[in-house]
Design a protein around this ligand. Structure first.
Ligand code: AMP
Ligand code: MG
Length: 296
């Protein structure tokens, strides 16, 4: 029954927090500008930051993209449902508020069964950023979601992937806007060379929403050497990049609630497999770090 209730709320223009395999989303009917406006208000998210539109299949994605290059077909076939967002030219039916006025739309088929059921039951595409307040840590469990953010929350257990999707623009030449758990080298093996957008905070942003301070715990996070003062926690995380991503936000949420003066952890290596995790750590950390060279 909960899916039906959630779907009715979506159709009525309300907000539903729902599980995906990356992080929990705060969803609204992507075709309803007033409903989408509620997402920005609830999160305190600037209207310059576009939202990802969640669909149940590649066929449904094509209803909202005005172009579908071969690379989109190849990548959708290989990765959907899964943690890859494709940015494509949008059709007029997608309201401007969803895309921050851009002529492109970010589309993704999430892999969580409850997310797919919700989209199917609602019968509309669901625009959803992470279900957290702007700049705070993303939720990877229903218990991480701030109360009163959503009208209703679907609990689908812990998010398996644990960090936000890889965002790849195919609006012009392939351009990686945000790294995730899929290594860019793997994408290149399928569609050829991919340009990598400059990291946020270093010149103009390649897309809105690439805010430098994002994904932040409340406790200062040190990457590398911990400070000499205060009571801190040194986090030890798995040596495998996917396992690391899977537990990262949950470990930070827990550490944040424990009231330490600081949290410290080692920065993983600068390789394509770790690019998604390093991107989130860089934005979460209080110690400035050089940009990844993105060598592949
Ligand atoms: P979030 O919802 O916080 O996971 O962020 C969504 C990410 O997707 C941000 O990095 C956005 O910049 C990116 N994104 C979504 N839609 C578009 C778009 N139309 N053009 C460029 N980037 C987009
Ligand atoms: Mg977010």
């Amino acid at each position: 029954m909960s899916i039906q209730h959630a779907a009715e709320l979506i159709r009525a223009g309300r907000l539903v927090a729902f599980p995906t395999e990356t992080v929990y989303g705060l969803g609204a009917n992507a075709l309803d500008p007033a409903a989408v406006a509620r997402i920005f208000a609830a999160k305190g998210r600037p209207r310059t930051s576009p939202l990802i539109v969640h669909v149940e299949s590649a066929a449904m994605a094509r209803e909202f993209a005005s172009a579908w290059p071969d690379a989109a077909g190849t990548l959708a076939h290989r990765y959907w449902p899964g943690p890859l967002t494709l940015v494509l030219p949008k059709r007029a039916i997608i309201p401007d508020i969803v895309t921050a006025g851009l002529p492109t739309v970010g589309l993704r088929v999430p892999a969580h069964p409850l997310a797919l059921e919700l989209i199917r039951a609602a019968g509309v595409p669901i625009a959803a950023p992470s279900a957290n307040r702007f700049t705070e840590l993303s939720p990877t469990a229903a218990g991480h979601i701030p109360e009163e953010l959503a009208d209703y929350t679907l609990d689908g257990g812990p998010a398996r992937v644990g960090i936000e999707s890889t965002v790849l623009s195919l609006a012009a030449g392939p351009l990686l806007l945000r790294p995730g758990v899929i290594p860019v080298t793997e994408i290149e093996a399928l569609i050829g060379p991919v340009e990598i957008a400059a990291a946020a905070g270093e010149g103009p942003h390649a897309s809105p929403g690439m805010h430098e301070r994002h994904y932040r715990p409340r406790t200062p996070l040190y990457l590398g050497a911990p400070p000499a003062e205060g009571r801190g926690l040194i986090l030890e995380l798995p040596a495998d990049p996917r396992e690391f991503a899977s537990v990262l936000y949950d470990r930070l949420h827990t550490a944040d609630a424990e009231g330490w003066d600081w949290i410290a952890m080692a920065l993983p290596p600068d390789t394509p497999e770790w690019a998604g995790v390093r991107d989130r750590l860089r934005r979460a950390g209080s110690v400035g770090l050089p940009a990844d060279k993105g060598e592949r």
